[in-house]
Design a binder for this molecule. Structure first.
Ligand code: SF4
Ligand code: FES
Length: 243
């Protein structure tokens, strides 16, 4: 790893090779909007909101800051007219896709985007196809229960065959990382209900042997027992009764 010097918005900064512009900007409290980035998973470059202008010597171009790695002598501008035009266009498209998403509505306000010129999509969904949920499910949880399917305008986030996914352990990581709240989780009685854009699934919660509370999905606990090679009764008690 080598130290490089670059400039972001006029500030001279030190960074390590391999770091992305977005990472360095965040480390230095420089704001770049980014919806499909989460440091827990590999960058994907889906939302295109993190575009910035980079230049060195006599060339300049727009790049996605979550994917572009820093270089020595790079000059980065995060807030030019060109950059903001791209972000506004992207936001307008997202707003037409997900008119009910508060996150997108807030972003539109922040960037001064009014009514989108594009026809709003039908259906009350909030999925911007950022693939954060699918990456977290695959890379962090190791379940691969969901994926992005189809192409072009038919692209969707879904479970296999839009049905109950046998690989899902009901952990809720997908809902946790989703930037727009497109996945809903509700625990009621002995059941966890996960509502995704194209499917709703229900899972049994485990009951504590001591206090009787339903406290975590049985499938998730079974997954942890298997991964960590724990005894089968490791989670018979809830965390409160284990203390
Ligand atoms: S459900 Fe959420 S995390 Fe998954 S692709 Fe859609 S917006 Fe991204
Ligand atoms: S955060 Fe870079 S493309 Fe979404």
């Amino acid at each position: 790893m080598k130290t490089v010097t670059l400039t972001i918005d006029g500030r001279e900064l030190q960074a390590e090779t391999g770091q992305t512009i977005l990472e360095v900007a965040r480390d230095n409290n420089i704001y770049i909007p980014a919806l499909c980035h989460n440091e827990a998973v590999a960058a994907y470059g889906a939302c295109r909101l993190c575009m910035v202008e980079v230049s060195r010597g006599d060339w300049a171009k727009l790049v996605t800051s979550c994917l572009y790695e820093v270089e020595d002598g790079l000059v980065v501008k995060t807030n030019t007219e060109r950059v903001n035009n791209v972000r506004r266009l992207v936001t307008e498209l997202l707003l037409a896709r997900c008119p009910d998403s508060e996150v997108i509505q807030d972003l539109a306000k922040e960037l001064g985007v009014g009514e989108p010129r594009f026809t709003p999509e039908e259906g009350n969904h909030k999925c911007i196809l950022c693939a954060l949920c699918t990456r977290a499910c695959q890379e962090v949880v190791g379940a691969s229960a969901i994926s992005l399917v189809n192409r072009g305008v038919n692209r969707q986030m879904a479970t296999p065959f839009y049905a109950f996914s046998d690989a899902c352990i009901a952990c809720g990581s997908c809902a946790y990382v989703c930037p727009t709240g497109a996945i809903d989780i509700e625990d009621a009685g002995d059941t966890r209900k996960i509502t995704m854009p194209n499917v709703t699934m229900e899972f049994k919660l485990k009951q504590c042997k001591t206090c009787g509370a339903y406290w975590a999905p049985e499938r998730q606990l079974a997954h942890i027992i298997k991964q960590a090679d724990l005894p089968p009764d490791a989670f018979d008690d809830c965390p409160d009764c284990r203390e």
